[in-house]
Design a protein around this ligand. Sequence first.
Ligand SMILES: Nc1ncnc2c1ncn2[C@@H]1O[C@H](COP(=O)(O)OP(=O)(O)OP(=O)(O)O)[C@@H](O)[C@H]1O
Ligand SMILES: [Mg+2]
Length: 232
Amino acid sequence: MNKLIINNNPELPYAMEEALNSLRVNIGFLGKDIRKIMVISSTPNEGKSFVAMQLFRQFAQAGTKTVLIDADMRKSTMMDKYGMEVAGGEKIKGTSHVLAGDGDFNNAIYSTNIENGFILPNADNVVNPSMLLENNRFEELLNYAGENYRYTIVDSAPLDLVSDGERIGSLCDGAILVVRSGVTSKSMVRHSAMQLERAGCPLLGIVLNRVGSSKGKYYYGKKDSRYYVASK
Ligand SMILES: Nc1ncnc2c1ncn2[C@@H]1O[C@H](COP(=O)(O)OP(=O)(O)OP(=O)(O)O)[C@@H](O)[C@H]1O
Ligand SMILES: [Mg+2]
């Protein structure tokens, strides 16, 4: 297995780290049958990839063997954002290639410089990934991950315009819905919950993300921090 170096993973403010930590602990309480978790939102830019990455890191750092699968093959920016590269400079194939090809999943997934943390990044975005997600090979990938890792965290495209999230959710044990505070309306959140239900994907929790002020009892974090993560 090749090693992927995550060059850029800045430390988070204490309050945010704590909120993510409680999310991790609460997922642990859901029991051993919850293994494959999709991170989803109603609309773009709510913080799915951020939460997926941080939750993955938290699980791994807590000593739990975890794989992060980047299944947003439409406009993934994770590799650039976190400065991911393979030791030795080898070109990364990534999710879209793995699903389009017939190679071994084990060879496609990278170990990382986070102990117990494994990643299948997406290197090349594609115009219409629905075909790749609908293919049996995607189901086989998730089954493989579910059997070989305690947690599989799947980052995806938003629910609003495309059916990717419903397809991914139908193959996961549950979803974490990321809601951007003050931006996403209640009716959108309700609609997303309905879409997940229709896909047969239990809603495991909601992360209220980027909260600007400490108003409600479910909010955690420092009052003046720019971003704020809350979990429920
Ligand atoms: N709680 C947070 N604290 C700090 N930065 C955040 C937080 N949540 C999101 N961001 C930043 O906001 C931007 C958008 O977040 P992100 O890319 O995770 O959203 P997304 O839902 O995955 O978007 P897309 O739908 O395009 O995939 C990123 O630059 C990310 O680093
Ligand atoms: Mg994203």
